[in-house]
Design a binder for this molecule. Structure first.
Ligand code: GTP
Ligand code: MG
Length: 242
């Protein structure tokens, strides 16, 4: 249905308890179902907080956030977890195997599904190179794999989970440009046209996005496609030049 995975922010303001100024200020936007929305902005702008608000890690002081028309504040944690999945900015692995880490949240996934997710996440080669493959042990925190590998395993984990809405918090910036491009080219088919939100640092990661939100100090200061923003947003032009 066309309403699968639509997110709407209406006048959302959020500040951390005790802080003087809010970190998200009167944010209103729509994430269209089945489309890719990118969020870009400098460090500390509020990108991660925006994603965390969708996941209801915090509740806004003002405004509402809805998924497919339902306020997230009225969904159970389970309903929310089924609807939205996040690849966090600092991905975590737990003590177990690569397979058990990938199956987190969907224990019934087959080995074939795990390999398919790894293929899309550009993690197939390094897992194949492990002596035990999917059964290779992973230490707590994932210190036995590199940061980039941890990130790709975390992306594969979300692909295995199959939420309605995929959130990627800065998940591609540790990848080289070619790997980043291959991964994003493979994503739409793997997510079966689900709603995707990508927080990015590199403009090259998001030029194809259906909508880009430019965030500065908790405010949306620009929105549109890459070409529209090039023509309309000084902040975006600055990001492109940097
Ligand atoms: P980068 O990930 O560095 O690109 O930044 P970001 O855009 O994701 O910023 P983020 O959303 O993490 O932070 C927005 C603002 O909220 C910043 O001023 C942070 O210092 C502040 N902030 C983030 N997390 C916390 C928290 O747990 N407590 C408090 N008090 N402030 C926080
Ligand atoms: Mg962040």
């Amino acid at each position: 249905t066309p309403e699968r995975g639509r997110i709407e922010f209406s006048g959302v303001t959020f500040g951390f308890p005790g802080a003087e100024t809010p970190v998200v200020k009167d944010a209103s936007f729509v994430v269209e179902p089945g489309k890719t929305t990118a969020i870009i902005g400098s460090t500390g702008a509020g990108k991660t907080v925006l994603l965390n608000l969708m996941l209801r890690l915090y509740d806004p002081q003002q405004g509402t956030i809805t998924i497919d028309g339902a306020p997230v504040s009225q969904l159970t944690r389970e309903q929310l977890a089924d609807a939205i999945g996040l690849v966090p900015q600092r991905p975590y692995l737990f003590a177990g195997t690569i397979a058990s880490n990938l199956r987190f949240g969907r224990s019934g996934a087959t080995e074939e599904e795990l390999w398919e997710a790894l293929r899309v996440a550009q993690g197939e080669d390094f897992v194949k190179a492990k002596e035990l493959g999917l059964d290779e042990p992973v230490s707590q925190g994932g210190t036995s794999v590199s940061g980039g590998q941890r990130q790709r395993l975390s992306i594969a984990r979300l692909l295995v989970a199959r939420p309605k809405v995929y959130l990627f918090d800065d998940s591609f910036s540790a990848l080289d440009v070619a790997t980043d491009a291959r991964l994003r080219a493979a994503l739409p088919e793997a997510t079966q046209g689900a709603t995707t939100i990508i927080v990015a640092q590199r403009v090259s990661t998001i030029t194809e996005a259906d909508q880009i939100l430019v965030i500065e100090a908790g405010e949306i200061v620009g929105r549109g496609t890459h070409d529209e923003l090039l023509a309309s947003s000084d902040v975006y032009q600055e990001i492109v030049r940097s």
